[in-house]
Ligand binder design. Structure first.
Ligand code: C2E
Ligand code: CA
Ligand code: CA
Length: 620
C-alpha cells in the first residue's frame, strides 16, 4: 500500500507538472484560498481515487491471505500424508478420489492412476450391510467425522481389516465446497498377531491340540454336567528323544502320526490335549466302568506300539500312562490332573507296566521319595555310603577276572536302602552326579587294598549313570581323582548303559575315546534291554557287552537262553568281550559256557561283598 501510494503521488505530480507549475504560482499568490484542498500536490478527487485504490488493495490482500493459508494447510496435510505408514485418501465433494498417498498404493495394491476419479465405494468388501455405510455417511455429514474398523478388498481380491477415520473438510472460502479425507491403518498383521496370541492361550503350537489351559476348561465342562464317571488318562511318550533323533523328520510329523493313531480310537465324546513336549491328557466321557477303560487302554497301547517307517528307520511310540476318574479319585480338575500324573509317575518307575490306575498309596510313595531325596543330600556328609564288590569269574578256569563295584547305603533311620530304590531317585533329581564322583573316588582309593592280590588282567567295574557321563566336568573330575589316588587306570572298567547311545552319537563316541585314551575299558551294561540299534555298536569305542540278568534268570524253565546266545554270537562277530550277570545256577553257567560266554558274574559265585571280604575272596 505504501509504495503504491508514493508511486501514485509521484505520477500525479509528474503528469500534471505544467498544471502544477501554475498551481504553484497560484499557491504562492493565493496560498490561503487553496491550502485546505491540496495535500501532497493532490486535489480532492485524486485523494478519493487513492483511497479507493488502497481499500481495494487491502481487500485483495485479505483474500490472498485466506487463499494462501488454505493452500498451505493442504500442503502440510499432503506432506504428512506422504510420510506416514497410514493410507491417506482425499475425495472431492462428489466422493471422487483426487489424491492417494504411497501407503494407500502399498496397502490396497492399486496405483494412483487406477483409483483417481473413482469413488472409494468401488473397493468395498461386501462384508458390511448397507446400513453400515448409511450410518457412516450420517456420522460424516452430521459430525464431520467417522471412525470404525471395517473390511475392504485389495486389488488381488483379498479382504483385509482396517481402522478407518474419515474427516469432512469444509472450504473456508466456499461454504458449499468440501472434501473428505480418509486415513486408515491396515490391521491384517495386528489381527493375525492377535489371533495367534489368542490361539496360543488355548492350543499347543506344534499340534494344534488343546493345551493345559483349554484342558482345564474341557475337563471342568465334562465333570460339571456329568453325574457319572469321567476318566482322565495322563500319557507320556517315553522314547520321545529317540524318535526325534532317529526319524530324520521334524517332530510335528511324528506327533501327527501319534495323534492320528490315537484319534482312531477316540469318539467325539472324548478328547486329547497336548500338555508339554511328550505329555498328553485324554479325557474320556464315554465309559462308565474301569473295565471298559481297561479295554480302551489296551487299544491305546496297541496303536502306539505299531511300528512305522521313516526312511528305513523303524519307529514306534513307547508310552506310559496314569489313569484316574471323577468322582472317585478327585472332584476337581486339579485333583484329577495331579492324581493321574502321580499314577503316570508310578507307571514310569514300574518295569513291564504300561499304565497304572491311581491309588492313594502312590501318594505315600511320593512322600517317601521326597524323604529319600532329602536323606540323600546328607548321605555323603554322614558317611552312610559304602561299596560292595561282586566278583567276576572266568568259568573255564575259575579265575577272578574282575569285580563290579556296587553302591550300598546304610541309613540311620531305615537301615539299608537298596540301590534299586535310591539310584532311580538320585537320577531323577540329579544327585547321582555327585554321588557318582564319590563312588569313583572311593573305588580308586579302595583299589589300594586289592592291589597286591590281583593279576594284570583284573578290572574293577564302575557304574556310570548317563547323567554323570553327560556332565561337562566328567573327564576333568575323573582325571583329578586319578591323580589324587595315584591309580593305574588299566585296572578299571566303566559300565555305561545302552540308552546313553541314543544321545548324540558323535559326542558320546568322542567322550568314550577320551576315556579309552585315559586307559579305561568300556562295557555296555544291561545289554539288550534298551532301544539302541545294533547297527552302530560297531562304530563305538567299547570293549565289552554285558548280557542283562533278564536274559538268563529264567533259564531253563521259562527261557531257552536264545537271546543270551545271540548276544554272545554278536559280540564274537564284533570282536567284543562278553560277560553274563545275574547268573545263579550251575546249569546257567554251563549253558553260557557251551555258547561261548565264559565270563560270569552272579550269586552262583558270590553276592556283592564288602571290601575286606573281597580281599579274603581274592586271597582264597
Ligand atoms: P546293575 O548295574 O545291573 O547291577 C547288577 C545288580 O544285580 C546289582 O544289584 C547286583 O547286586 C545284582 N545281582 C548280581 N548278581 C545277581 C544274581 O545272581 N541274582 C540277582 N537276583 N541279582 C544279582 P544292586 O547292587 O542292587 O544294584 C542295582 C542297580 O543299581 C545296579 O544295577 C546299578 O544300575 C545301580 N547301581 C549300583 N551301584 C551303582 C553306582 O555306584 N553307580 C550307579 N550309577 N549305579 C549303581
Ligand atoms: Ca552294572
Ligand atoms: Ca546290569
Amino acid at each position: 500500500i505504501i509504495p503504491i501510494t508514493i508511486i501514485f503521488i509521484l505520477l500525479i505530480n509528474h503528469t500534471e507538472s505544467k498544471a502544477m507549475q501554475k498551481i504553484k504560482g497560484y499557491i504562492v499568490n493565493n496560498s490561503n484560498a487553496l491550502k485546505d484542498n491540496i495535500i501532497f500536490g493532490m486535489n480532492q478527487n485524486q485523494m478519493l481515487t487513492l483511497l479507493f485504490i488502497n481499500i481495494l488493495l487491502i481487500f485483495l490482500t485479505i483474500i490472498r491471505y485466506i487463499y494462501i493459508k488454505n493452500k498451505s494447510e493442504l500442503g502440510i496435510a499432503e506432506n504428512v500424508a506422504k510420510n506416514t505408514n497410514d493410507a491417506v485418501i482425499i475425495t472431492d465433494r462428489y466422493n471422487n478420489i483426487t489424491y492417494v498417498n504411497e501407503s494407500y498404493e502399498k496397502i490396497t495394491g492399486y496405483s494412483k492412476e487406477e483409483v483417481m476419479g473413482h469413488t472409494p465405494g468401488n473397493f468395498k468388501s461386501g462384508k458390511h450391510k448397507k446400513e453400515f455405510y448409511k450410518d457412516m455417511w450420517k456420522s460424516i455429514n452430521k459430525k464431520g467425522y467417522f471412525r470404525s474398523e471395517l473390511w475392504d478388498k485389495r486389488k488381488d481380491g483379498v479382504l483385509y481389516p482396517k481402522d478407518l477415520s474419515i474427516y469432512k473438510i469444509n472450504n473456508k472460502l466456499d461454504k458449499k465446497d468440501f472434501k473428505y479425507i480418509g486415513i486408515f491403518t491396515d490391521l491384517t498383521d495386528i489381527k493375525r498377531d492377535q489371533e495367534f496370541i489368542d490361539k496360543l492361550k488355548d492350543y499347543n503350537i506344534d499340534t494344534d491340540l488343546p493345551n493345559e489351559n483349554l484342558l482345564f476348561k474341557l475337563i471342568n465342562n465334562s465333570i460339571s454336567k456329568k453325574q457319572e464317571k469321567f476318566f482322565v488318562v495322563y500319557l507320556s511318550i517315553e522314547n520321545y528323544n529317540t524318535i526325534v533323533l532317529n526319524s530324520n523328520e521334524n517332530l510335528e510329523y511324528n506327533l501327527k502320526i501319534f495323534i492320528r493313531r490315537i484319534n482312531t480310537i477316540l469318539d467325539d465324546k472324548n478328547f486329547i490335549a497336548h500338555i508339554s513336549k511328550s505329555k498328553f491328557v485324554i479325557g474320556l466321557s464315554s465309559f462308565d466302568s474301569k473295565d471298559k477303560v481297561e479295554n480302551f487302554m489296551k487299544k491305546l497301547i496297541d496303536v502306539s506300539k505299531l511300528s512305522y517307517f521313516i526312511r528305513d528307520n523303524e519307529l514306534y511310540f513307547d508310552i506310559k500312562a496314569g489313569v484316574c476318574n471323577y468322582p472317585d479319585d478327585g472332584k476337581y480338575v486339579n485333583e484329577l490332573l495331579v492324581n493321574s500324573n502321580i499314577a503316570l509317575d508310578k507307571a514310569i518307575g514300574t518295569k513291564g507296566k504300561y499304565y497304572l490306575y491311581f491309588d492313594e498309596s502312590f501318594k505315600e510313595d511320593i512322600q517317601k521319595e521326597q524323604e529319600i531325596k532329602m536323606m540323600l543330600n546328607k548321605a555323603i556328609i554322614y558317611d552312610e555310603f559304602s561299596i560292595n564288590y561282586q566278583p567276576q569269574i572266568d568259568s573255564r578256569n575259575n579265575q577272578i577276572v574282575g569285580a563290579e563295584a556296587l553302591l550300598r547305603w546304610n541309613t540311620k533311620k531305615y537301615g539299608f536302602i537298596s540301590p534299586a530304590i535310591f539310584i532311580p531317585i538320585a537320577e531323577k533329581t540329579g544327585q547321582i552326579v555327585e554321588i557318582g564322583y564319590w563312588v569313583i573316588d572311593r573305588v580308586f582309593n579302595e583299589y589300594m587294598i586289592f592291589k597286591e592280590n590281583i593279576n594284570e588282567n583284573f578290572r574293577i567295574c564302575i557304574n556310570i549313570s548317563p547323567m554323570q557321563f553327560n556332565d561337562e566336568n566328567f573327564i576333568k573330575r575323573i582325571k583329578e581323582s586319578i591323580i589324587k589316588n595315584n591309580i593305574d587306570t588299566n585296572y578299571f572298567e566303566l559300565e555305561i548303559t545302552e540308552n546313553l547311545l541314543l544321545d548324540d552319537l558323535t559326542k558320546v563316541n568322542k567322550k568314550l575315546k577320551e576315556l579309552k585314551d585315559l586307559g579305561f575299558t568300556i562295557a555296555i551294561d544291561d545289554f539288550g534291554t534298551g532301544y539302541s540299534s545294533l547297527s552302530y555298536i560297531k562304530q563305538l569305542h567299547i570293549d565289552k557287552l554285558k548280557i542283562d540278568r533278564a536274559f538268563i534268570k529264567d533259564y531253563p524253565e521259562k527261557d531257552n537262553g536264545e537271546i543270551a546266545d545271540i548276544i554272545t554270537i554278536m559280540s564274537r562277530t564284533l570282536r567284543l568281550e562278553v560277560i553274563a550277570e545275574g547268573v545263579e545256577t550251575k546249569e546257567q553257567v554251563d549253558y553260557l559256557r557251551s555258547k561261548g560266554c565264559h565270563l560270569i558274574q552272579g550269586y552262583f559265585y558270590s553276592k556283592p561283598i564288602p571290601p575286606s571280604d573281597f580281599v579274603k575272596y581274592l586271597k582264597g
